[in-house]
Design a protein around this ligand. Structure first.
Ligand code: PGA
Length: 243
């Protein structure tokens, strides 16, 4: 599913921009930029109200991702959008378990249920994990391990290559500085170890791991290179066309 040789850049637009005109402007400048570079796979996750701008123009360069999906497969659920609806409307990726949703009550179990529904529809889940703080004794590693195991409870060995992990330490999201690249590297190795315990070495090393948290045009290259991650999950800067 996810080509390991390409750097994956996910733009999480969150709750912006305010108008459809701005959304169109961001999309065209994103596309203009992508047409000039190679080796990058770009996934844009706009708010649902703008998704048709992209689903009409989605092509190999820009892929459409959702920011969330319903935990329900179907039925009467006001305000919800199902995995099946995503599939039928051009989405091939979906962010799940973002810390801003977890802060609103999303549990690992809900994340796991959403992941299973997405995999059934052949939509690649971008599963967010990350600790809220770090302690000297390394308790955060246990937290990350549990979060991975619980959030991936419904992912079998057969499906494991159809997912993407996005490591986003909560304290680095919306911050001034990203995490240090040496720490990103160390944590991504730890994540691979946990994935290896679940699915074996070969699969673990093939699951793309992204970093997210205060990525911008000045630090992006260094994070991918020195952090040794397969890509980036970009928030604020993804709706700032110049960067
Ligand atoms: P940020 O957000 O890039 O604005 O820090 C990242 C995210 O929340 O995914």
């Amino acid at each position: 599913m996810a080509n390991k040789n390409k750097v994956i850049i996910v733009g999480n637009w969150k709750m912006g921009p305010e108008t459809v005109l701005e959304a169109k402007r961001i999309i065209s400048s994103t596309k203009r930029f992508i047409s000039k570079i190679s080796g990058v796979k770009v996934i844009v996750s706009p708010p649902f109200v703008y998704s048709n701008i992209l689903s009409h123009s989605a092509n190999k360069e820009v892929l459409l991702g959702a920011q969330d999906v319903s935990v329900f497969k179907d039925g009467s659920h006001t305000g919800e959008i199902s995995a099946n609806m995503l599939k039928k409307n051009g989405f091939s990726f979906c962010i799940v378990g973002h810390s801003e949703r977890r802060a609103n009550g999303e549990t690992d179990e809900m994340v796991s249920d959403k992941v299973s529904l997405l995999l059934e529809e052949k939509i690649c889940p971008i599963i967010c994990i990350g600790e809220s703080s770090r302690d000297e004794l390394g308790g955060y590693l246990e937290f990350i391990r549990d979060q991975i195991k619980n959030s991936l409870a419904g992912v079998s060995k057969k499906n494991a290559l159809e997912i993407i992990i996005a490591y986003e330490p909560i304290w680095a999201i919306g911050a001034k500085e990203p995490m240090k690249t040496s720490d990103i590297h160390e944590t991504s190795l730890f994540i691979k170890k946990v994935l290896s315990d679940l699915y074996g070495n070969e699969i673990a090393f093939s699951i793309p791991i992204l970093y997210g948290g205060t990525v911008n045009m000045r630090n992006a290259k260094e994070i991918v290179r020195d952090g040794e991650v397969n890509g980036l999950l970009v928030g604020r800067e993804s709706i700032n066309p110049p960067s």
